[in-house]
Design a protein around this ligand. Structure first.
Ligand SMILES: *Cc1c(COP(=O)(O)O)cnc(C)c1O
Length: 423
């Protein structure tokens, strides 16, 4: 039914893919040896959260055992050590995104908290009634709801940039939506449902030409494509640690220095203040201005270890490997009758949403789980996108650096089994 995806042949990627030792990588991830329902786990839900390598687990364990105290407070060696670790993690993140300075990296709880920070701080201070924000049809609820809350509070207008039936971002239509009233463009770097990779550099340029700022939701994008925030000229870029092979409980807001500097604090408390009296409080500079209370200290250390791990393998090599998995899975799943792949964008990462005629996505999930295959089923926190494609839910197989082709075969066999049960 569906035409197989065409695989771009890129000589550099091929070299990277050929030297890619997926079994060695799998050996680093304890979850890859799990037996679930009497079957080896085939984990195809990294789009919801990725598994962690031992390098991350051991680094966090050591930090808790030997390097643990609160940060930015104690005048003793252990607290200094914890503070160094925490601030070094910020450096690792800054380098990974190519931020111009370490002060542009704010640690948050997750991507959602980072977007809420921008909406609450920047939005409340600098957006006024009638100002326009452009999002897209592909947004995760995390990049919809904070703007709606701001709309209800401030009377701003939210416009939604369209996509075509394959899930491509429509640049021309987007360009026509920009007006002098557009103050912010908040778009996903990569769709967690369709896998679409959006042209963030072009979007930023167009938005800037119209005097608007850009925020990119990189929760998926940074994992599958990486980002150079200076090259893209992003004003804000957010991501979440747990999808990048790091721990839960930590996310990142990248913000340009001049923007963070003029933004008021979002939450008040310890650490973010300079001087407190009952009459008046003065606030510290970014990024600590936005990090009220005890921060995710060990999570930051774990995130840095995850980034080191990714760098050790190489983002390009991971991308090439995932592109191969995507092409193979698209071909094999596309060849199945009754299977509809939702999302066939030209630029796409290894996420495949699909439906199977006659089988509810939740039933697909349950049946193939009996074969050890873990996929997500539901609306994927993107209900408006489900409406756009006329479905209530999909099943979604999302791939990561540790998946292998043989697992695609297991998935397809399990899907055929689900089809037979419902036939
Ligand atoms: C997962 C995800 C989020 C939210 O990440 P949290 O860790 O839950 O805050 C936002 N946007 C996209 C595209 C996602 O995939």
């Amino acid at each position: 039914m569906n035409a197989p995806a065409t695989l771009k042949s890129d000589p550099i990627s091929e070299v990277a893919a050929n030297s890619y030792d997926v079994d060695r990588i799998r050996a680093d991830f304890p979850a890859m040896s799990l037996i679930i329902n009497d079957h080896p786990l085939v984990f195809l839900d990294s789009g919801a959260s990725a598994q962690k390598p031992v390098q991350v687990l051991e680094r966090m364990d050591r930090a808790y055992r030997e390097e643990y105290a609160n940060v930015h407070r104690g005048a003793y060696r252990l607290s200094e050590l914890a503070t160094e670790n925490y601030e070094n993690a910020r450096k690792t993140v800054a380098k990974f995104m190519n931020a111009a300075s370490v002060g542009e990296i704010v640690f948050t709880r997750n991507a959602t908290a980072a977007i809420n920070l921008v909406a609450s701080s920047y939005g409340r201070a600098f957006l006024a009634e009638g100002d326009e924000i452009i999002i897209s049809y592909m947004e995760h609820h995390a990049n919809i709801v904070p703007w709606q809350m701001l709309r209800d509070e401030k009377g701003i207008v939210i416009k939604v940039a369209p996509i075509d039936d394959d899930g491509n971002f429509l640049m021309q239509e987007f360009a026509e939506m920009l007006t002098p009233k557009t103050k912010l463009v908040a778009i996903t770097h990569t769709s967690n449902v369709l896998g679409t990779i959006t042209p963030i550099k072009d979007i930023a340029q167009l938005a800037h030409d119209h005097g608007a700022l850009v925020l990119f939701d990189g929760a998926q994008g940074i994992v599958h494509c990486g980002v150079d925030v200076q090259d893209v000229d992003a004003d804000f870029y957010v991501f979440t640690g747990h999808k990048l092979y790091g721990p839960t409980g930590i996310g990142v807001l990248y913000g340009k220095k001049e923007l963070l500097e003029k933004m008021p604090p979002y939450q008040g408390g310890g650490d973010m203040v300079e001087l407190v009296t009952f009459e008046k409080t003065t606030y510290r500079e970014p990024p600590v201005r936005f990090e009220a209370g005890t921060p995710p200290i060990i999570e930051a250390v774990g995130l840095a270890a995850a980034i080191d791990y990714v760098n050790g393998i190489g983002l390009e090599a991971i991308q090439a490997h995932e592109a191969e998995l995507l092409a193979y899975a698209t071909e094999r799943m596309g060849a199945m009758n009754e299977l509809r792949i939702i999302g066939r964008a030209r630029q796409k990462c290894a996420i495949i949403s699909f439906t199977l005629d006659g089988v509810h996505p939740h039933d697909i999930g349950t049946i193939i789980d009996s074969r050890g295959v873990a996929v997500r089923a539901g609306h994927h926190c993107a209900q408006p996108l489900m409406d756009r494609f006329g479905v209530a839910a999909t099943a979604r197989a999302s791939f990561a650096m540790y998946n292998k082709k043989e697992e695609v075969d297991v998935l397809v066999d399990a899907l055929n089994y689900a089809k037979e049960i419902f036939a």
